[in-house]
Every structure is written in C-alpha cells, then in structure tokens.
Design a protein around this ligand. Structure first.
Ligand code: NZQ
Ligand code: ZN
Length: 387
C-alpha cells in the first residue's frame, strides 16, 4: 500500500426528512446565500423546505447555476456575496451547484486579480474559503463529501478541475427521497459516474490494498445490482435510492482512493468532450472508459483479471479472453442503463478526435493515467477506438 493522509471533515446527515436538520447544522447567526441551479429545486418543493428549516436566519437565493457550471455565472454570485455580506453558503442541487459553490466560496476569499487562476493552478493557490454546506438532490459526483470541483470558462471553452483542503462542505444533507423527481437519464448518469469514479481508483495496478479493493468491488456490485432497477421500477423504491446515494458518495470521498494508485484519464478526456460538445459528464465517461481499458489492457492486466472475476464472475477462458469479456460486460452495463458508449452514438466522428487531442495538449493533459503513459498519441488511439 502507498503512504497516505486521510482526513474528511464533512458531516453527513443521511435519511428521509433530514432537511429539517438545517435548523441545527447552519450556524444560528449566519446570513445565508442559498445557491440553486435552474428550476428543479423550486419546482420539487426542496427550496421551500430549505427556507423553512432556516427559520429566522437572514437569507437570499442565487439561482441560475447551469449544468457544467460556468465561471461567468459563478462570478455573479461572488459579486452578490461581496455586496451583501453573506457569511454562509448553502448549495441545493446536484454536482454542478455544489461545485460552483465550492469555487464561489474560494473566489470570494481569493486575493489575486482574477479567480480563474484557481482553475489554472487546480486549486493549489486557494488560501481559504467561505464555509458552506449542501443539500444533495442528484447522487452522482460525490461532490457532497469531497473537496473537488469542475468549472467551465465559457469564453475560453475550457473545463478544468480544482481541489483544496479549504473546499470540503461543512455538512451535506443526503435525503434519498429528494431523488424521486429525477428523470431516468439523470439516474443513469448518476450510476455511471459513480461506477467510473470507483473504476478510476481501483482498476490500475495491485499494491496489496485488499481493504480498498473490496470496498471498491462492493460499490461496483451495488451499482450493478441497483442501477437497472432504478430504471424499471414503476414507483421509486426508497432503499434503492438510498443505496445509490451512499454508493455515489463513497465512490469519491477519498476512502477507496487512499493508499492506491489512481488513473483519472477517462475523466480528463471526458471533460474535453463536455467542453467541446456539451455531452453530459457521465456519458463522456461511458464513451471513453471501455476504449481506454482495452488500450491499457497490458498495464492494467492484473487488476482487469481481478475485476472480471470478482465483479462480473468471469472465471473461464484465457487471460486475454477474460479481460475482453470484462471490458464488454462494462460496455453492456452502460448501454443497459440507456447510455451510448461510442462517439457515433452522439453524432460525432473523426473531427472530434483531433479537436479533443488538441484541447488535452492545450491544457497540459499530456501524461495521463496511473503510469503517466497516456500521451496525446495514446489519447488519440483511445478516441479512435471509441468512434
Ligand atoms: O439545474 P436544475 O434545474 O437544478 O436541474 C438539474 C440539472 O438540469 C437536474 N436536477 C438535479 N437534481 C434534480 C434535478 N432534476 C429533478 N429532480 C432533482 N432532484 O439535473 C440536471 C443535472 O444536474 P448536475 O448538477 O449538472 O448533474 P451532476 O450531479 O451529474 O453534476 C455534473 C457536474 O459535476 C462535475 C461534472 O464535471 C459536471 O460539471 N463533477 C464533479 C465532481 C466532483 N466535484 O468531485 C466529480 C465528477 O467526476 C464530475 O466531474
Ligand atoms: Zn465523474
């Protein structure tokens, strides 16, 4: 096992009816800015519930944070906070709203000329951030219990990630009933995003870390079990929603990634696809991952065999046949969730390959993967195999 530090300060309030706990979780004297996305938080009644739980506290609402949140919109919130003197932020939404809130919390305290520099340095220059909590409405990203965020600069056409010890939520409320209003494609996105987060920390090379491996395999098996049921159920099933929610949180809160090598090439290539074509985050991962696993089948050989056997029950055939079967089962799983796994499924062709590789180079993403071996030429082969 590799050396590691593990410290996750985010308090989780999990279960039905827990939004009422905001009354205790948010400091009593706080002046609160609630941040939401489009119309969903209002329409579903979650925003009204949040406001009621805040009681007598002074509060206002900033709305309009887009999916794949933008720097431009985030900076409007920064101006409002500076003008009106809020001292606590409360994100109500999915990964996009929580990520934007993290960036806003850091940008308000940022002393440089332009907070975009936070993204250019991937958060290494964050000196502090406002305190913030979240109410999660879409299980997928793990943003509710990690310190990372991804922000898009629309004018520059760049989608970059950041992270800092200062950008963990103080608390997150996870009420599985809040997922009941999600459309099927967002549920599918959540399953696939959490699945790929787990794979990016598990499917690398062995370092004799059986606790992390078996946690990861447990998350993958849970997603495989629950995922299809989420799409076919006539009515939402509380336990399935709860298990999806906790699986997605556990997939990216630092636990399974502690002490093991990590990949993240699928995410970095996927972010460029979203920046260029606006494809949902999880869908970009479903396009890249099967092709990447095949391209890296030698470097990832031992873990691919372990994955095939323990997650998919593949125990017969030569090593190569077993690896091929494991990759195919992964692709079939994404497809069974209604998510296309090839660029052609999104109307994209060879031009996109060239454009994505150019963007990876422009953003310094030239030695990706756990072995730092995914150069632009390798990324090109992966994307060509995903056509
Ligand atoms: O904008 P509103 O109206 O709220 O609608 C949203 C949005 O259109 C809707 N929605 C959310 N909760 C709902 C709901 N609709 C009905 N009922 C509810 N309960 O869902 C749509 C998508 O929301 P979004 O927040 O964009 O989705 P997601 O949670 O998948 O977040 C994606 C973003 O997170 C980043 C991605 O790159 C992307 O920008 N990621 C963040 C990570 C992190 N912080 O650790 C890691 C991930 O790998 C990922 O990169
Ligand atoms: Zn992701």
């Amino acid at each position: 096992m590799l050396n590691f530090d593990f410290h996750n300060p985010t308090r989780i309030a999990f279960g039905k009816g827990r939004i009422a706990d905001l009354a205790k979780l948010v400091p009593a004297a706080a002046k609160v800015l609630i941040l939401v996305g489009g119309a969903s938080a209002e329409k579903t009644g979650t925003l009204a519930e949040v406001r009621a739980a805040l009681g007598e506290r002074q509060h206002a609402t900033f709305s309009g944070i887009e999916p794949n949140p933008s720097y431009e919109t985030s900076m409007k919130a920064v101006a409002q906070i500076r003008e009106s003197g809020f001292d606590f932020l409360l994100a109500v939404g999915g990964g996009s709203v929580i990520d934007a809130t993290k960036f806003i919390a850091a940008a308000v305290r940022f002393e440089g000329a332009d907070p975009w520099a936070i993204l250019e340095k991937h958060g290494r220059n964050i000196q502090g951030a406002m305190p913030f909590g979240s109410v999660l409405t879409l299980p997928a990203t793990g943003s509710e219990m990690n310190n990372g965020g991804v922000i898009t600069h629309r004018a520059k056409g760049a989608k970059l990630s950041f992270g800092s010890v200062h950008t963990y939520p103080v608390f997150s409320v996870l009420d599985p009933t809040k997922t009941y209003t999600l459309p099927p494609q967002q549920l599918a996105n959540g399953v696939v995003d959490a699945f790929v987060h787990t794979v990016e920390q598990y499917l690398t090379y062995p370092v004799n870390a059986p606790v992390q491996d078996r946690f990861a395999e447990g998350i993958l098996q849970t997603l495989i079990e629950v995922g299809p049921r989420l799409l076919t159920a006539q009515e939402p099933v509380y336990d399935d929603r709860a298990n999806l929610m906790w699986a997605a949180t556990m997939a990216l809160n630092g636990l399974i990634g502690a002490g093991v090598p990590q990949d993240w090439a699928t995410h970095m290539i996927g972010h460029e696809l979203t920046a260029l074509h606006g494809i949902d985050h999880a869908r970009t991962l479903a396009i890249v991952l099967p092709a990447l696993l095949n391209e890296r089948r030698v470097a990832k050989r031992a873990k691919l065999l372990q994955y095939g056997e323990r997650v998919w029950g593949i125990t017969t055939g030569t090593d190569d046949e077993r690896i091929t079967a494991a990759i195919e089962r992964t692709r079939d799983f994404f497809e069974s969730m209604g998510i296309a796994t090839r660029l052609s499924g999104y109307g994209l062709g060879g031009d996109t390959v060239t454009a994505v590789v150019a963007q990876l180079e422009a953003h310094g993403m030239v030695t990706l993967g756990e072995q730092r071996e995914i150069t632009p030429a390798v990324s090109r082969r992966i994307l060509e195999a995903a056509l």
